[in-house]
Design a protein around this ligand. Structure first.
Ligand SMILES: Cc1ncc(Cn2nnc(CCOP(=O)(O)OP(=O)(O)O)c2C)c(N)n1
Ligand SMILES: [Mg+2]
Length: 564
């Protein structure tokens, strides 16, 4: 049979480890979808809309390192751009493939799904702004070079890319691909820079007595968790994590000293950061949200190890082209402290199950939901936490060894957990996945629960129904933070159809007793998702949210700087 452009793309996707591709069909991508579906290693996964399609690919990339979504021109791609923004912000290699107009129509005709003008390059231009590489295939002969270039850039930069395929090229003859090693090979560190960075860093650290390691969200994006552990155990110092990095370091480890989030830190992590005389920042990102409205920017001298660079504070030095893994391994070999007084921090750690249990029939509280969630956690659990008060409930969880934690703190698209966990579970079906989400967030992407039903995915959705946009209320309240209340339990059961698929289970809980009953049923329900609507009082939010919201609101409302 003829080997085509579509076959080339399918083969490359399979070779980089893709087993599921997320799609919404449209008449600009149907031939391409046929070619992808024809590949033995690929399974097509339909999504209910392109926002959820791109967010599912983002969640898939969290589980297996790369994801792909295939949409139609303009009407599809414009929605998918939002999930691509998430992938960019979260350093995830997601490949956005969009169908496009027949090459004979370019500059000749007006076409459907377009802006109604003769210009068909606007989408490529837009994609260039939110990806690290955007290509449009105009002739079949260019397809191999363009496809390989885009995929290589996605894997090298850990950023999304864009590939545009005109509807009449997917089925055109194409060269067969050469070895995938040419596409996936990583760039090694520059040896002199690596040596100098390690020497400089060890000198810098030798002069210090109280090091603390601060772990940021980029560590796991480059798979550096294991070498991080080596460095941690070589130095022997306390390790604190930024909130978006939760899950990148074992919380049962003796050196784990909590989540550093300024005044809303856990385990007094902010105290130990203030105690340090040097902060070793690894893959860190300091934003208004992670520094509690700039009130928690560390002031101690720093050694900053980023994805491919190292910076020292004193002397002020910068080393580029130094891969994080290489640097951590070499630094672990170069330093040896083990002089740290870690033991006192173990006493700080609360026993997770110790939380005060509510009596059965009392009105349900946020604290009780958090307590019962904690009791659910096992080494096989993955917790997705949504933008909202769920962030603060999630960050307070004590993760048992092996438990995984996903959060989208940089992009912060409410509703992300539903499609992202759907994509994630298709790549990691063996894990028990639990979502902590809010009523406002759920209303953004609820349709994707129907695909969890269709694919029989037993995700447990803990929906905290506090009647509105509480995280926003705590930043700045107004009528706009009130929303239409839904019958969430009834809604998910509307996705059950006689014609097949699994079954969604929708449960309501108003008391502690009802939550624990619902959780027992959720764990036993394997043939599809279970949504547990946890009804709590509108003002029942975490103390941390109130503190954090206050300082973020202050940062948002700083008056314009006076003209210089
Ligand atoms: C796509 C998107 N649109 C708007 C926002 C702004 N935003 N951030 N949080 C919220 C409210 C979240 O409300 P819920 O999900 O109910 O969460 P909580 O009530 O805080 O538990 C909004 C509206 C956002 N973060 N993402
Ligand atoms: Mg809410």
């Amino acid at each position: 049979a003829l080997f085509t452009v579509g076959d080339y793309l399918a083969e490359r996707l399979a070779q980089i480890g893709i087993r599921h591709h997320f799609i919404v069909p449209g008449d600009y991508n149907l031939i391409l979808l046929d070619k992808l579906e024809a590949h033995p290693a690929l399974t097509e996964v339909g999504c209910t809309n392109e926002l959820n399609c791109s967010l599912a690919a983002e969640g898939y990339a969290r589980a297996c390192g790369v994801g792909v979504c295939v949409v139609t021109y303009s009407v599809g791609a414009f929605s998918a751009f939002n999930g691509i923004g998430s992938a960019y912000a979260e350093n995830l290699p997601v490949i956005l493939v969009s169908g496009a107009p027949n090459t004979n129509d370019v500059d000749q005709h007006l076409l459907h799904h377009t802006l109604g003008e003769h210009d068909f390059i606007y989408q490529l231009e837009m994609a260039k702004r939110i990806t690290c590489c955007a290509v449009a295939i105009r002739r079949a002969a260019h397809a191999p070079e363009l496809i390989d270039r885009a995929i290589r850039m996605a894997l090298l930069k850990r950023k999304p890319v864009y590939i545009e395929v005109p509807t009449n090229l997917s089925g055109e003859a194409c060269a067969q691909p050469g070895p995938i090693s040419a596409v996936v090979k990583q760039m090694p560190s520059d040896a002199p820079a690596l040596d100098a960075a390690v020497t400089g860093a060890s000198e810098f650290l030798r002069a210090k007595q109280k090091p603390v390691i601060l772990v940021g969200p980029k560590v796991r994006r480059v798979g550096a968790e294991k070498v991080l552990l080596q460095l941690v155990e070589a130095i022997g110092c306390a390790v604190v994590l930024q909130p978006a990095a939760k899950g990148s370091f074992p919380e049962d480890h003796a050196q784990f000293a909590g989540i550093f989030w300024g005044q809303v830190s856990t385990l007094a992590a902010d105290t130990i950061v203030n105690w340090a005389d040097v902060l070793i920042c690894i893959g860190t990102v300091f934003t208004d949200y992670s520094t509690v409205g700039w009130t928690a920017l560390p002031s101690v001298p720093q050694l900053v190890a980023d994805i491919d660079s190292v910076a020292l504070a004193n002397p002020n030095m910068y080393f580029s082209h130094v891969q994080l893994q290489d640097f951590l391994v070499r630094l672990a070999e170069a330093v040896s402290w083990n002089s740290c007084t870690m033991t006192e921090y173990n006493r700080l750690r609360p026993d997770p199950a110790l939380g005060q249990a509510s009596r059965g029939q009392e009105r349900l509280t946020r604290k009780e939901v958090a307590r019962q969630t904690q009791l659910l956690l096992t080494p096989e659990t993955t917790v997705f936490t949504e933008t909202g008060d769920s962030w603060f409930n999630g960050i307070q969880l004590c993760l048992p060894a092996g438990a995984e934690f996903e959060i989208e703190m940089q992009w912060g698209h409410i509703g992300w957990t539903i499609p992202a966990s759907f994509g994630y579970v298709l790549a990691k079906p063996e894990r028990r996945t639990i979502l902590m989400t809010g009523d406002g967030a759920f209303q953004m992407t609820a349709q994707e629960v129907s695909q969890m039903v269709r694919c029989r995915i037993p995700i447990i959705i803990l929906l905290i129904n506090n009647r509105g946009y509480t995280i926003e209320v705590e930043i700045h309240d107004g009528l706009y933070n009130r929303i239409q209340n839904w019958n969430y339990a009834l809604l998910v059961e509307a996705f059950n159809s006689e014609e097949g698929g699994g079954r969604a289970l929708g449960l309501k809980a108003h008391t502690a007793e009802q939550v624990s009953e619902a959780l027992k049923r959720a764990i036993a329900h394997k043939d599809g998702p279970t949504l547990i609507e946890c009804n709590i009082h509108q003002d029942d939010c975490s103390r941390e949210l109130i503190t954090w919201g206050h300082f973020v609101a202050a940062a948002n409302s700083r008056v314009p700087a006076k003209d210089k």
